[in-house]
Design a protein. Structure first.
Length: 166
């Protein structure tokens, strides 16, 4: 699939998504690799190990669900091709469900390593996600949709799915 699918399309189909997801994956992989030696003191055992693993599985499932709703069930590709702002469905809960899904999924994977030190990895990834989106796609969308997008920014959270503010 091409990044631009239609004549007159103003935004790329994939945006900066692959770069953001790869950056989050690299940070997470680095943390996981370090958890085996340098950060080994943060390893948990006993009941905490089960709590981390159950939390990890739940986050992985939630991440896949959110990504699926944003990527495959929302019709977003058509909205991008037609230069239409998408604000309903999952986009009424979170502005970036595909990125959020990956962020939550990767956070779940990190939890599966049962290391307290790795709890900082989702925060680092959230910072990467926030900075990248503010400097790229949010600027593009604000230029394209103006006040309509500015209002959407105020009502719907960037990364964490939450009920729309009225």
């Amino acid at each position: 699939m091409k990044n631009f699918v239609k004549e007159g399309q103003k935004l790329p189909l994939y945006g900066v998504g692959p770069v953001i997801v790869i950056a989050m994956a690299v940070v997470s992989l680095l943390g996981i690799l370090l958890s085996g030696n340098i950060l080994k003191s943060g390893s948990v055992a006993g009941v905490w190990k089960y709590i981390f693993r159950i939390g990890g599985v739940l986050l992985i499932l939630l991440g896949v669900f959110i990504w699926y709703m944003g990527a495959l069930r929302s019709g977003m590709d058509e909205n991008i091709a037609d230069n239409q702002l998408k604000t309903d469905g999952i986009y009424g809960w979170v502005r970036n469900p595909m990125y959020s899904g990956w962020w939550i999924l990767i956070s779940g994977i990190v939890l599966m390593w049962c290391n307290v030190w790795l709890i900082s990895v989702p925060l680092i990834n959230w910072i990467i996600l926030t900075i990248a989106l503010k400097r790229t796609e949010e600027k593009w969308l604000l230029d394209l949709y103006g006040d309509r997008y500015a209002l959407y920014l105020k009502k719907v959270n960037r990364c964490i799915p939450w009920k729309r503010k009225q």
